[in-house]
Write a protein that binds this ligand. Structure first.
Ligand code: RIB
Length: 309
């Protein structure tokens, strides 16, 4: 790793994913048979931290787990991937869980029970920011309390960090907070919620969010790629074509990879292209954290794809 590479701090959730595969997602009131049941380390914060660390970034995570087996497995998954875990606290509630159903095309539905994620505390955030030698890239998502998300962004911005909010699950953001966000990364549904469902196409939603203060907006569009927007330019990032097995954590792979590329000094557009490759690999394998690729695999994937063009 180059000494010029910036550190990444992730403040967010850690969940054990309880995953059932099915032919089709159940309708309301319907009982169906599942095919398999597996547990995978997940949580949007944990997935983003693991992605960036496996890609070679220096990553620290702030979060909380319970004093239970799930919490222990989540901490192990972080450290095995190279994520710093000094600021993962032990809460008196159970570790967060996510109940996930994945259909035969890789689409999913997710219900999160936050548990210990709501014990993520300001003191750990202050200590982690203080411990960094230089300001780096901050990643936050919405699976921790709103007050903590807001506190983190303000504290990091005040210390010169680049702030990235992945507003998942979606909740409204004040203009005051939006103006402290360097890059906002919602998916299509989240962008619609953030704009009150009033903006039509994605480029309109992105414009509304830029007008309200975000410095850059990247709307992820699943198999359609992403739309990358700043005040100066709007550009569609084309997706890589792969056979999706499980789309869980694709968005997290995208966000974590974007942070790695930015930390290495790439532009937002270059970073968005790199992130698309990482997300494409992640959807070809089941589960959240086990599906996230190491750097060598990503470099090889990009080389092969470029060779085919
Ligand atoms: O983004 C995917 C993640 O969302 C899963 O790992 C699950 O834990 C939920 O947080």
């Amino acid at each position: 790793m180059s000494t010029l590479t910036k550190p990444i701090l992730v403040v967010g959730s850690l969940n054990m994913d309880l995953v059932v595969t099915v032919a089709e997602l159940p309708q309301k009131g319907e009982t169906i048979f599942g095919k398999t049941f597996t547990t995978f380390p997940g949580g949007k914060g944990g997935n983003q931290a693991v992605t960036a660390a496996k890609l070679g970034s220096k990553v620290t995570m702030v979060g909380a787990v319970g004093r239970d087996e799930f919490g222990e497995r989540l901490r192990c998954s972080l450290s095995q991937s190279g994520v710093g875990t000094s600021y993962i606290s032990l809460a008196e509630t159970s570790t967060g869980t996510a109940l996930i159903t994945v259909d035969q095309r890789g689409a999913n539905s997710i219900v999160v029970v936050p548990g210990a994620n709501y014990a993520c505390c300001q003191q750990d955030i202050d200590s982690a920011l203080e411990a960094a030698e230089v300001p780096g890239i901050l990643l936050v998502q919405n699976e921790i309390p709103e007050t903590i998300v807001e506190y983190t962004i303000r504290a990091a911005k005040g210390k010169g960090w680049t702030t990235i909010l992945n507003p998942a699950p979606a909740r409204l953001i004040s203009e005051g907070l939006l103006s402290m966000i360097d890059i906002l990364i919602p998916n299509e549904t989240e962008a619609s919620v953030l704009t009150g469902g009033k903006a039509g196409a994605e480029d309109e939603a992105a414009q509304v969010l830029l007008d309200r203060g975000a410095a850059a907006v990247i709307i992820t569009l699943g198999s359609k790629g992403a739309l990358c927007c700043t005040v100066e330019q709007k550009q569609q990032i084309l997706p890589y074509k792969v056979d999706a097995v499980d789309t869980t954590a694709a968005g997290d792979a995208y966000v974590g990879a974007l942070a790695t590329a930015l930390a290495e000094g790439k532009t937002v557009l270059e970073s968005a292209k790199f992130a698309a490759a990482v997300a494409a690999i992640a959807v070809t394998r089941p589960g959240a954290q086990p599906s996230l690729p190491w750097r060598d695999e990503v470099d090889e994937f990009i080389r092969k794809q470029e060779g085919q063009q």
